[in-house]
Design a binder for this molecule. Sequence first.
Ligand code: F6P
Length: 342
Amino acid sequence: MRVGVLTGGGDCPGLNAVIRAIVRKGVQEYGYDFTGFRDGWRGPLEGATVRLDIPAVRGILPRGGTILGSSRTNPLHEEDGIDRIKEHIAELEVDAIITIGGEDTLGVATVLSDEHGVPCVGVPKTIDNDLSATDYTFGFDTAVNIATEAIDRLHTTAESHMRVLVVEVMGRHAGWIALHSGLAGGANVILIPEQPFDVEQVCTWVTSRFRASYAPIVVVAEGATPREGDMILKDQSLDSFGHVRLSGVGEWLAKEIEKRTGKEARTTVLGHVQRGGTPSAFDRWLATRFGLHAIDCVRDRDFGKMVSLRGTDIVRVPIADATSRLKTVDPKLYEEVGVFFG
Ligand code: F6P
């Protein structure tokens, strides 16, 4: 048996831990060979490969990024994309592909597996934690830790100058990173895409925080939108899956707060720092367990399935269950943290 492995979409901490677990168990327990595909779906599409064996995965557990490279290449938008993938995997004698990715990468795996008979197994990754059918994705915990540390640091500088500090975090159309880091970091306002915000209300919370002689920290998810008006974007460019590049709401909000409250405001956009560097212990644990269970799926020829975390168990679900709808923040959960606003 020869197993192909690819990592697609935005990278996230823990990808290398999954790859290492797949290869270690696959070689040691099942005697499998591996082919690493380069840069997500670009690898199978162009036949671009990288050596993947035990020496190649030595020492990579704590390393961020991915030794396979990643991209947002969408083979469904390429001419003869599916046929080219099928030809390359036949030439390379690859019997199954383990696809480590988020909504887009796994969406391609669903089509290939369900409609074209390409044997795929999915592993859910994304710092956004927005995939359905799993309690958590790996990468999320590390991103939340990085954002929380940033918020902790911003509290002290905000208070020295008695300024408003707006922190823009990633998460695309889900507010998980904002909610978890905002709560853990003691933010005074948390704004998420699931709940359009009222700028006047934000200013009221900001003013009340100053009245209590503290400087407010406002955590805003990149996909959050004001109740009146559209999503605030820096540019309108789309990636190959048709997603617009988010970011810009933090800058916009700081200006609005300054204008409406007369208080000085600054913005910190955390950006890709949330995706870089070494994974947290939790992400290493989760990513490793996902990898071990993914290779077991291949051994059982249980294709079209994704490994998923349910409580403390790793279970198998149809890949399509993870991508059919986004997992967004429950309004009740958001309401729960509202007690800390202002
Ligand atoms: O999906 C992960 C993510 O980091 C989002 O939170 C963010 O909107 C997007 O990727 C950024 O994408 P890129 O790396 O293409 O700028």
